[in-house]
Ligand binder design. Structure first.
Ligand code: 5AD
Ligand code: SF4
Length: 470
């Protein structure tokens, strides 16, 4: 059994010294500098950004909502698909003009993309005004990196270190009442299309006591919902020798006072255990929502993707889950146009969508990632055919999502209020137990409260309603 280490106290204290040094410098300048952190990609990346912001706050920075106002800009990047990478390069390019106008402005680029072969080198050469580049493994060394940049050195720290976990890093959470809590990092699955195992390293679980103490802390700060994060939370604990698995971790999190809802993401279907389904069904605090990425409906393509289940096996898991939790909200990820996927394979994907009837899907056109096995595989459909299939799939799914949402009309749902609605500040928005977004008339005083909302309007992606009771 491997048990990976944590970053030592001494090293964390060394970083603390850099934090204090930068804090003193900022305090002496008499004005808090402004930081702008822009995040791409998944919940794990957003969680990392909360740590970067936490460290920045400890170093005496304030935050601004626009790049133009910033004294320090950080782009926390994603490497999962090419379009996210292109946006990053575009945005780094746009900062050049800002830097000309404000010579003291510092620019840092971090995250998954920086762990990819050749990316740091490219930035070093083509974007000489980037001051800091650091990868996912160097996150806890950010204070040291920033200190170097403030001394006018260009700092590049993209070493793929031993993958040890850094505990006790400050966190500036961006979205009360929901706290994102990583329970493990990395991934061992090596799906053939996916870059994650290469940029985030092997699976390593946090010790249960560290997770529970973080959950207790957020509960005491007033957070009412936690989202436990990992690339594959179902294998939580496999690398620890304490014998605690994810189902046990969930039950222990549920016992913490003040936490009313527990969610988790993501679950690999091959690792869904009966024990997990039992715990979900039994514990009222565990939200009845499961994100279960299927990726594709064709057995031939699933094998090429190295997903380790067949369509039938996946459908069997869905049956087991629904048998215990008939009203569960199911969501999934789908990739269209994996190398070698034919129109017959794609028809199997449409078939699984119709059979499972997911509430929502997150769908992507396959994006070639250098260094992954799929990048070497033969393709057969044209880009045009892939886009046609993609559009057809969205059409089929939108109908299913709308039909499912229509059943909510007239129901009263408990909604935990998260903030103002995106489109209209007179409306607030929150989520049901199943994770559906609900918009309703209200004001900011409701944020963090659990309210009853009668659903009066349904759309494909969200519900609308009227508040009944606070
Ligand atoms: N191309 C397209 N989508 C991808 N995903 C992961 N890698 C790729 C890729 N190379 C999708 C998967 C995964 C989600 C987070 O991103 O569907 O579940
Ligand atoms: Fe990527 Fe597969 Fe790991 Fe998910 S389980 S992060 S898709 S390798």
């Amino acid at each position: 059994m491997i048990c990976l280490a944590e970053i030592s106290r001494e090293e964390l204290m060394r970083q603390k010294d850099f934090i204090n040094k930068i804090f003193d410098l900022n305090a002496r300048s008499g004005k808090k500098p402004l930081a702008f952190v822009e995040t791409y990609g998944c919940a794990q990346n957003f969680s990392d950004s909360e740590k970067i912001s936490g460290m920045l706050s400890d170093m005496g920075f304030d935050f601004c909502a626009r790049r133009n106002d910033a004294d320090l800009i950080i782009f926390n990047t994603c490497a999962v698909r090419e379009n996210a990478e292109m946006r990053v390069y575009g945005n780094i390019g746009a900062v050049k003009t800002l830097k000309r106008r404000k010579p003291g402005l510092l620019l840092g680029v971090c995250g998954c993309m920086m762990q990819q072969n050749g990316v740091a080198e490219k930035i070093k050469k083509r974007y000489p005004y980037v001051d800091m580049v650091f990868g996912t493994h160097a996150l806890y060394r950010f204070p040291e990196i920033l200190s170097g940049a403030m001394e006018k050195r260009r700092v590049f720290d993209t070493e793929n270190s031993d993958g040890a976990i850094a505990e006790d890093i400050s966190c500036r959470r961006d979205k009360p009442p929901l706290a994102k809590i990583p329970v493990m990092y990395g991934c061992n699955n090596f799906c053939t299309y996916c870059i994650v195992p290469y940029v985030r390293g092997r699976e390593r679980s946090r010790k249960i006591e560290n997770i529970l103490s973080e959950v207790k802390n957020v509960a005491s700060e007033g957070y009412r919902e936690v989202m436990l994060l990992g690339q594959n939370v179902n294998s939580y604990g496999n690398d620890l020798d304490c014998g605690t698995g994810f189902a046990e971790l969930l039950s222990r999190v549920c016992r913490i006072d003040g936490i009313e809802r527990v969610r988790f993401m993501t679950s690999h279907p091959k690792d869904i255990s009966d024990e997990l389904i039992e715990v979900m069904a039994r514990e009222p605090k565990i939200c009845k929502q499961l994100h279960l990425p299927v990726q594709c409906g064709s057995d031939r393509i699933l094998a090429k993707m190295n997903r380790k289940y067949t369509k039938e096996k996946y459908l069997e898991i869905v049956r087991r889950v629904r048998e215990k939790m008939p009203d569960i909200v199911l969501t999934t990820d789908i990739i269209v146009g994996f190398p070698g996927e034919t129109n017959e394979d794609f028809a199997e994907t449409l078939d699984i969508l119709k059979k499972v009837r997911y509430d929502t899907i997150f769908s992507f056109i396959y994006s070639k990632r250098a260094g992954t096995p799929a990048a070497e595989m033969e393709d057969c459909l044209t880009e045009e055919e892939k886009h046609r299939n993609f559009d057809e799939m969205i059409k089929v799914q939108n109908e299913i999502s709308k039909e499912i949402n229509d059943k909510y009309l007239g129901r009263t749902e408990k909604v935990l209020v998260e903030g103002e609605s995106k489109n209209d500040p007179a409306y607030m928005c929150g989520r049901t137990d199943g994770g559906k977004i609900v918009n309703f008339k209200g004001d900011k005083s409701l944020v963090g409260k659990m309210v009853s909302v009668c659903i009066t309007k349904t759309q494909t992606w969200s519900l609308g309603g009227e508040i009944r009771e606070v």
